[in-house]
Design a protein around this ligand. Sequence first.
Ligand code: ADP
Ligand code: MG
Ligand code: ZN
Length: 613
Amino acid sequence: MNQTVRNIIIFAVSMVILGAILATASLDSTKRTDIATLAGEVQKGNVASLVIRGNEVEATYKDGSKTKAEKEPGDSLPTVFKNYGVDAERMRVIPTEIKEASGFSYWVSLLAPTILPLILLVAIMWFFLRQVQGQNNKALSFGQNAGHEISKDAKDKVTFKDVAGVKEAKHELMEIVEFLKTPEKFAAFGAKIPKGVLLMGAPGTGKTLLAKAIAGEADVPFFFMSGSEFVEMFVGVGASRVRDLFARAKKNAPCIIFIDEIDAVGRQRGSGLGGSHDEREQTLNQILVEMDGFEPNAGVIMIAATNRPDVLDPALLRPGRFDRRIVLDPPDIDDREAILKIHAKHKPLAKNVSLRKVAERTPGFSGADLMNLMNESAILAVRRSKASITEDELLESIEKVMLGPERRGRVMNEEERRTTAYHEVGHALVAHLLPHTDPVQKVSIISRGRAAGYTIKTPTEDRHMRKREEYLEDLAVLLGGYAAEQIIFNDITTGASSDMKGATQIAKDMVTQWGMSSALGPRVYGEREDMIFLGRNIHENRDYSEKIAEKIDTEIDHLISQGLETAKRLITENREAMERVAAALLEKETMERDAFLEAIQIPDANLGNRPKK
Ligand code: ADP
Ligand code: MG
Ligand code: ZN
């Protein structure tokens, strides 16, 4: 854009200069007057002779001085003078010479007023045309260079050992790697290798990383493109880029084409609301055409990644296309430790740091979160001028990644502090007293992110399936803060709002999605359908009657009030323990598990219920 502005300025300046040159060229030293004045002089008999050159009239006075004037074009000079009241007789006595209109200055003065704007106009048009063309050219050349290539000799190559966890996925992908290395072996047995592999997993589970690792392992070129890149271009470019990408890949076989975030182009057709919808469909169609176009054993393998497999067009998943689907699970505790180890490389860790302990405290963290955690702790260690990263930095970074940065700057008045303390102790107390909840790890009234305070509970193991009873207890814990505020202050603050949101969602899912309400039975109510609108689910198909809707509401109410009752009962029964913990929390602001246990003086109800490791 800067270039354009500069061009325009240069152009304008040169036009001005040119204009000035032309203007001076048409000027000569002869005095000028207007034709009416000249006519007056002629009538008075002061003019000795006249020379007419086109529309220019040069008069020589009787005293020898000269002057020039311009007559209106079209009429002859006698007619013009006659119009100005000069007698025909007077005209006739003055010797008049008619000269061929010629000379540079004459032509310039004649043409400049008409030609100059024209030149200007043409030039401007040319400039803009070139600009637009430039863009088109860019788009075109972009299309031709579709995708970024990581050649097989790239230095910072990723291999499987840079990817921790995701064992099943790695195992399955090993097969692909072997094929890319020795395609003959498979061909000899008539085995068909899948054309397309779809990596599915939550954001940050390492899909992109794993795809790069396949290329690294197999030692083949890797053509990389993100679904969102297709969508951003001009109409028609997406499809041509796909064509080019495949053409290049075929030339470079064996190789890998990786389309990251394929859901950006591969959403179900015919359900879009947005403007780029047609473009997206064309791109998707082109992908399908290309995938059908190459032979199964051509040595080109398509890998795509998505965290929204549910919205993909079924055509993409048909046999012969992305028929091999690989799920990347969120990391379990061992995986988390391994991922931490990978990202702790090149970082000075203190000797006594236990990454296992960090892994224990980070259930639900993705690989990307763990990488972020290691990075945050390194930054923290530098800021504290430590010689190495210690456990303090690591544990603090967990909270930072989980809840956002600490906001010590946010000043709470005494009343807010008290409310927050009781609210958090409410959560902690209920969690501590119920048998199936996760043990309380930390309670704090230092604000982080949007929360005024927080309570961290850490599961002792990774769980995949959960029971109804556990959800009921979760509801009670979530509402523990609300219950505490109600009991202690007989009032509610806005601090409980996100708790209530969470509780309502759990209760709703229990009733409508998980079949955990006996009144409604084992049925899913409300099919969730995806509509593309700001990328969010806005639509829920209601496939039940008004009567059922009422029942659902009653059940949700019932579950929530049941949870609230449990929380209130536990708090009332253990009021003294609550006061003790709240007092300690107000004093210390943050309590780790040990301090919490010391203050509450009640054994943890959780421990008897879990298999010890
Ligand atoms: P996705 O594509 O699934 O959203 P990425 O592959 O982009 O996730 O992961 C982001 C970063 O997180 C990676 O660059 C890597 O540093 C880290 N990461 C994620 N998963 C793993 C893993 N399993 N092992 C090691 N690092 C990981
Ligand atoms: Mg990714
Ligand atoms: Zn709360």
